[in-house]
Design a protein around this ligand. Structure first.
Ligand SMILES: Cc1ncc(COP(=O)(O)O)c(C=O)c1O
Length: 484
C-alpha cells in the first residue's frame, strides 16, 4: 500500500484569476492519493488544533497562503472516506458524476425555495423525486427533499400528529390528549429527538422489543398499543425501520400496516439506510408492504453513495406537506403560488441547498440498472465477508446478516474481556490508519459493525480487512500474554 498521503498544495501565489486552476490542481492531487493513502492520519484534538492555527499569514491578511495551508491540513488529516478500507459509516466512496454535481451546486449557489431563483434545480428535483416515487411505490403521493434522515423522521412525525389532530396547527398540543408513538428498541435515535422536537416528549415514545434478528415484535407492539389506549393515550404513529442502523434488520412492514389499520394510526417507515434495496428485484422483497405506509424516509447519501446530504421523505398522501409547512406571510418570497412551481412552501426550512443535482447527474450517468448493480454487488461482497467470518476459528458472526451490515467479533482474547479486546483491535487499526470500522452494542455485547457501501470496494479489499483484523488481534493477544 502506498502510504504517501500528504496533499501537496499549489504555490501560495493564487490570485482570484488563477483560483480555478489552482483549485482544480488541489482536487486532482487529492483524487490521486485518497484511495491509496492511509485511511486517516490520526492526530489528537490539541495537536490538530495547533496545526490548524499555525498559519503563515495573519487572519484577515487577505493572503491565499493561509487559505491553501488550511486546505492542506484539512485534506491531509481528513478521514479518506472513499478509501477501500473505510467501512465505518453507512456512507462511503465517491462517484464522479455526483461529485461534479456537488461542485457545480456550490459554484452556482442557490436556494431551492423558488422557481425564479432556482429554475433548473426545481425541474431536476421534481423529476428525480418522480423516479424515486415510482421505484418505491409512492406513485400518487408527494415527496420532499430534507436535510437528512433525522429531519425526514421528524417531519413524518409532524405529518402524523397533524393528521390525528387537525386543530394542532392553530392550538398546538395544549388541551389535547396524551399521545403514543411506537418504534423498536433498535430504531435510530433520531426518533427520540423527533419526539422531543415535536413536543410530545420522550415519555410518549414507546420502544418495542425486537426478536433475536432485530425485528420489532408485533405481538409486543399490539400489547403496548392496547395498554396505551387503556391509559387514555392516543396512538399516533407506528415507526418501522427498513434497515436498522446496527444490524440492518427489516421490520415486517405488512404486519405493521395491519396493526396501524386496526388502531387507526399513521405508519412511517424509516428506510434511511435500507430504502435503497428497492432498486434491486433481489432485495426489494425486504420492503414488502411499503406501499401501504403513510410515509417513508430514505437517504440517497447512504447506500446509494451520493455525497452528503441527500435525504428524501415520501408520503402516500397529498396536501400534508402543505398543511404542516406552508405558513406565515410569504408574500415577499413566493409569487407564483398558483402555478405551484415553488418548492419552498412544502418544506420545513426556508433556504435549502440543491441536493438533487448530484443525485440527478449520478442517475443520468448510471440509470436505475446501475444502482441495481451497485446494490447487488454490496450484497455479494457482504456474503463473502460472512463466509470469511464463518471460516475463521477466532471470529464469530453475532447476528443474522440481513444486507450489507456485518456484525462480528473476535472470540479469543488473552485477558478474557471480549468487549475491551475487540474495542482495542478496532482502535489500533483506526489510529494506525490501515482500516476503519465501527463498533456498537448488541445488548451488553460489543459488536464490530462492518458496512460495505463503497461502490469501488472489491473482494480483495474485504479479505485485506480481515487479514489486518486477525493480525492485529493476534499481535494484541501476544502482547497481553507477554505481560502476564
Ligand atoms: C435507520 C436510520 N434512520 C435515520 C438516520 C439518520 O440519518 P441522517 O444522518 O441522514 O440524519 C440514520 C443514520 O444513520 C439511520 O441509520
Amino acid at each position: 500500500m502506498n502510504t504517501e498521503s500528504h496533499q501537496k498544495m499549489p504555490t501560495p501565489s493564487a490570485t482570484e484569476d488563477g483560483l480555478f486552476s489552482e483549485l482544480s490542481s488541489v482536487l486532482s492531487q487529492y483524487a490521486s492519493v485518497h484511495k491509496t493513502a492511509k485511511v486517516v492520519e490520526y492526530e489528537n484534538y490539541t495537536t490538530l488544533k495547533n496545526k490548524l492555527m499555525a498559519l503563515d499569514s495573519p487572519i484577515g491578511s487577505q493572503s491565499w497562503a493561509g487559505v491553501w495551508a488550511t486546505v492542506e491540513t484539512y485534506l491531509n488529516h481528513s478521514v479518506k472516506t472513499a478509501h477501500p478500507q473505510y467501512f465505518n459509516q453507512l456512507w462511503a466512496g465517491q462517484s464522479a458524476p455526483a461529485l461534479v454535481g456537488s461542485v457545480i451546486e456550490a459554484l452556482a449557489n442557490t436556494s431551492m425555495y423558488t422557481y425564479e431563483v432556482a429554475p433548473v434545480a426545481t425541474v431536476v428535483e421534481n423529476e428525480m423525486l418522480n423516479v424515486f416515487k415510482k421505484v418505491l411505490g409512492f406513485h400518487s403521493g408527494e415527496a420532499q427533499v430534507t436535510t437528512g434522515g433525522s429531519n425526514s423522521n421528524y417531519v413524518a412525525l409532524l405529518l402524523a400528529l397533524h393528521q390525528k389532530f387537525p386543530s394542532l396547527k392553530q392550538t398546538g398540543l395544549h388541551g389535547l390528549p396524551k399521545c403514543a408513538v411506537f418504534v423498536s428498541t433498535e430504531a435510530h435515535y433520531s426518533m427520540d429527538k423527533a419526539s422531543v422536537m415535536a413536543g410530545i416528549g420522550l415519555e410518549s415514545l414507546y420502544k418495542i422489543p425486537t426478536d433475536q434478528h432485530g425485528v420489532m415484535r408485533v405481538d409486543e407492539l399490539e400489547k403496548q398499543i392496547e395498554s396505551c389506549i387503556a391509559a387514555g393515550r392516543i396512538p399516533i404513529s407506528i415507526v418501522g425501520t427498513a434497515g436498522t442502523t446496527v444490524r440492518g434488520a427489516f421490520d415486517n412492514i405488512e404486519a405493521l400496516a395491519d396493526v396501524a389499520n386496526r388502531f387507526d394510526c399513521w405508519l412511517h417507515v424509516d428506510g434511511a439506510w435500507g430504502g435503497a434495496v428497492a432498486f434491486s428485484s433481489k432485495t426489494k422483497i425486504l420492503l414488502k408492504g411499503v406501499e401501504r405506509a403513510d410515509s417513508m424516509t430514505w437517504d440517497a447519501h447512504k447506500m446509494l453513495g451520493i455525497p452528503l446530504m441527500c435525504g428524501v421523505l415520501f408520503t402516500q398522501h397529498r396536501g400534508h406537506f402543505d398543511r404542516v409547512c406552508n405558513l406565515g406571510d410569504t408574500s415577499y418570497i413566493f409569487h407564483d403560488s398558483e402555478e405551484r412551481q415553488d418548492l419552498g412552501p412544502y418544506s420545513l426550512q426556508c433556504g435549502r441547498r440543491v441536493d438533487m443535482l448530484k443525485m440527478w447527474l449520478e442517475y443520468i450517468f448510471y440509470g436505475e440498472q446501475g444502482f441495481k448493480a451497485r446494490i447487488d454487488n454490496f450484497m455479494r461482497l457482504a456474503s463473502i465477508a460472512e463466509e470469511r467470518i464463518e471460516s475463521e476459528p477466532t471470529l464469530e458472526l453475532q447476528s443474522k446478516r440481513w444486507i450489507n451490515n456485518i456484525c462480528f467479533r473476535s472470540t479469543v482474547c488473552a485477558n478474557g474481556d471480549l468487549n475491551q479486546f475487540n474495542k482495542a483491535v478496532r482502535e489500533h487499526l483506526h489510529k494506525q490508519g490501515s482500516s476503519f470500522v465501527n463498533i456498537a452494542y448488541l445488548g451488553d455485547e460489543l459488536t464490530v459493525r462492518l458496512i460495505i457501501t463503497n461502490k469501488d470496494v472489491t473482494e480483495e479489499d474485504i479479505h485485506e480487512f480481515f487479514d489486518r483484523w486477525l493480525a492485529a488481534a493476534s499481535a494484541l493477544n501476544k502482547r497481553v500474554m507477554a505481560c502476564e
